[in-house]
Design a protein around this ligand. Sequence first.
Ligand SMILES: C[S@@+](CC[C@H](N)C(=O)[O-])C[C@H]1O[C@@H](n2cnc3c(N)ncnc32)[C@H](O)[C@@H]1O
Length: 266
Amino acid sequence: MTAYAMTAHWGAHMLATHGGAGHWLSGRWHAPAAFIGLSLALDRLAPGWILQKLRYMLFRISERFYEWRFGIVSDAEILIDALGITDAACHDYLATGYLRFRQVMKLIAIRDGRDVFLDFGSGMGRAVVLAATYPFDKVIGVEIAPSLHALATENVRRALKKLRCRDIELHNVDARAFAIPPEVTVIYMWNPFAGDILNAVLANIQRSLAESPRALTILHLSPENPTNLDVIADRFPWLNEFKRVRLGAHSLAVIYTCGAVAALAV
Ligand SMILES: C[S@@+](CC[C@H](N)C(=O)[O-])C[C@H]1O[C@@H](n2cnc3c(N)ncnc32)[C@H](O)[C@@H]1O
């Protein structure tokens, strides 16, 4: 069985066996105060193996709960080469944690019906689905792996009734080849790629900003400090670092605001 077939088979099986439970639910996504409160309380306590285990259990429970709540299947870790992609600059699939996504979105202001969200490396579509619970005018996902794109399409179809924004576009293409639409104002990247690919995508963002000057926010999430974006950021002086926030013990979010100064040659 090819990597594509294996992933598609796994996804179809998971959707059939676990994915439908939340269908009868309607309305928007609310993280129950209990999850958020417990998670924050645990974060404040001194680290220790018991607390780490408790934190992990809470994380697993929240993952299962929201998969059920949205009726989607996106909870997996898949090596990128198992998907037939051999470029080492392309990173593996791992969804943004549900609570983590909410934590990160609190860091930015969304203008009701006026912002457009783009997820580079949208995988099985979890961040796309979650972004669509916010008042974005449109949500776009760009994913290189055909099997992940197919699962994202199915996940969006399943979650659609529960979403606030229903204008959702998914593109199965290498991020480098994606022409960024002029209406995009929020770009999300959870560690999708590094090196030449990140460089090319930032050059595309610059091009888009130069052609259609506008305020744009980039949310870059990464497990490392310095991040892959830190390594090349000095090539893009129009990237203004607005905030750097630690996310748990192992990752961080860096928020960049970019404006009219983008009309520079790369
Ligand atoms: C860490 S996952 C993030 C998944 C999703 N954004 C989320 O938050 O749930 C990174 C994703 O980037 C995708 N990716 C890697 N290189 C890519 C490229 N050149 N173009 C588009 N997607 C890419 C991978 O296939 C993977 O699905």
